[in-house]
Design a protein around this ligand. Structure first.
Ligand SMILES: Cc1cc2nc3c(=O)[nH]c(=O)nc-3n(C[C@H](O)[C@H](O)[C@H](O)COP(=O)(O)OP(=O)(O)OC[C@H]3O[C@@H](n4cnc5c(N)ncnc54)[C@H](O)[C@@H]3O)c2cc1C
Length: 464
């Protein structure tokens, strides 16, 4: 007599859904990923994932977690033409208008375009024999037990069909992104309202791809002037797959980059470095500039709920949408999958409230809290600036200022920003002393790479 097979259904087959499916494949007989888009074989930006047209950088901790989930995937991406380098040693960062001293920090950068990254993650997930995809299916709602204490499956509708179908499941994982309807579904079932936190940042992105005819990078992978309170505009200008260069430029609180070509070039001339604008004097645009608006961050506090149905978990942007300029979403989606894996490995059905508690503490709180402090450094961003937040802002400013003089500070800062080290690592006494010492000493003649002879200031670099 065979036992009945177990099934997990993942709602949404984007990055968070794929990472979740990967860990569920080890614990359930069948894993079904449902999405309204066509997924398999797709290697361009999808309708259901409009951010796929923009830079989606993977932080170093995300690369480590992805590699843990799919051993060998990083090399597979490199073999497919994805450039790499060290996030601290090969990226020309500009903090507060000044170029940092670059120093390797063991942070592997996977400079893949979003469609390329998603395709590789999807192909590795597809390769599990117990994972399958229900594409072009709209997710309509949940099915539950009569007492509504347990989710038993999901209602879906295939594109072009009038018929609703029920898919039964032992576990449903919602990975439908920011537009997730779990809060509405829970309310309909009589559960308490999900507490939501939003912060208005009024962010606007514009992205374009190019083929360069002159190399502005040298040994570097990317040129990234970061928005600061003094100049709340920034850009990421990176080599990517297909021998292309991907530019995403952004401004906050309504100060958005233009999409008209010449105006965009002019806007680039207002950034902390002229390197990007100059490089584009010798570039062939491969597409038209495309915009994206991101008015608010959003965090759903499932960990605070007193009641939550069994058989349901939520992951990825459906739980937390970070300010995208910090590139945290995909990394946190990978960390959420690792948290989920811990809860599956107990052998019993995962306890949602314990999962949400661990997810908040281990994966979401550190990046959320750290970037909240940074966001509130911009005068127009609303939020309470407690003395503790102001002290953190002051120290972060000191750290960022010291990166212009000392590669070791750059490396420590990038390890924390890359989520490899906890934010508290920036408070190590040795580093605090180093930061203070650098504030006191005069600015050395500019050295862009730690250990290299001081280089003359390069033409076009505004060291303000
Ligand atoms: C402009 C922008 C830039 C970003 N840049 C970065 C970055 O640099 N680095 C980084 O790590 N993160 C970045 N992010 C965040 C990152 O894109 C997400 O964190 C990541 O995609 C994980 O999201 P997700 O899988 O939870 O949801 P999504 O990617 O939003 O996917 C949700 C999926 O659910 C499907 N779906 C939704 N509703 C339904 C339904 N009713 N029926 C059927 N299917 C449905 C959609 O088709 C889609 O495939 C950025 C986000 C934005 C908006």
């Amino acid at each position: 007599m065979g036992e009945q097979k177990t099934r997990a259904v993942v709602l949404g087959g984007s990055i968070a859904g794929l990472f979740a499916a990967r860990v569920l494949a080890d614990a359930y007989d069948d894993v079904l990923v449902v999405d309204r888009d066509t997924l398999v074989g797709v290697d361009s930006a999808r309708r259901g994932c409009p951010q796929g047209k923009h830079i989606n950088g993977l932080l170093a901790r995300g690369q480590e977690a992805m590699e843990e989930l799919y051993p060998g995937i990083t090399e597979e991406l490199f073999a497919d033409g994805v450039p790499t380098g060290d996030l601290s040693g090969n990226v020309r960062w500009y903090f507060r208008g000044r170029p940092v001293v670059q120093q390797d920090a063991g942070l592997v950068c996977v400079a893949a375009s979003r469609p390329m990254l998603e395709r590789h993650i999807r192909e590795r997930t597809e390769a599990f024999p117990n994972v399958s995809f229900a594409e072009r299916h709209d997710i309509l709602g949940l099915t539950v037990t009569p007492d509504k204490s347990r989710v038993t499956g999901v209602r879906v509708q295939r594109a072009g069909s009038d018929e609703e179908e029920n898919i039964t499941a032992d576990l449903v994982v919602d990975a439908t992104g920011r537009g997730s309807r779990t809060p509405l579904w829970l309310a309909d079932l009589g559960y308490p309202e999900v507490e939501e936190e939003r912060k208005k940042i009024g962010l606007g992105y514009v992205t374009q791809h190019y083929r360069l005819t002159r190399d502005p990078y040298g040994d570097d992978l990317s040129i990234n002037p970061v928005a600061s309170p003094e100049l709340p505009r920034g850009a990421i200008f990176t080599k990517t797959d297909g021998n292309r260069v991907e530019l995403t430029t952004y401004g906050i609180l309504g100060d958005h980059p233009p999409t008209e070509q010449q105006e965009l070039y002019d806007w680039l001339g207002t950034l902390a470095t002229q390197d990007i604008r100059k490089a584009l004097e010798h570039a062939e645009p491969l597409d038209a500039p495309v915009a994206f608006r991101f008015p608010t961050t959003l965090r759903r506090r499932y960990e605070s709920m007193a009641r939550f149905p069994d058989g349901l978990l939520v992951t990825g942007d459906a739980v937390c949408c970070f300010n995208p300029v910090y590139a945290q979403g995909m990394t946190v989606a990978a960390l959420a999958a690792l948290t989920m894996r811990d809860h599956l490995h107990t052998g019993a059905a995962p306890q949602p409230r314990q999962y949400f508690r661990d997810l908040a503490r281990d994966a979401i709180d550190p990046p959320w809290d750290m970037t909240h402090v940074v966001d509130l450094g911009f005068a127009g961003v609303e939020g309470e600036r407690t003395p503790f937040i102001r002290a953190q802002q002051l120290y972060l400013k000191m750290v960022q200022t010291a990166t212009a003089k000392d590669g070791a500070v750059t490396a420590s800062y990038m390890r924390a920003a890359g989520l490899v080290d906890r934010p508290e690592s920036l408070m190590r006494p040795g580093l605090v002393l180093r930061v203070l010492w650098n504030l006191l000493r005069p600015h050395p003649r500019r050295a862009t790479r730690a250990g290299s002879a001081p280089a003359p200031v390069r033409r076009g670099v505004t060291a303000r």
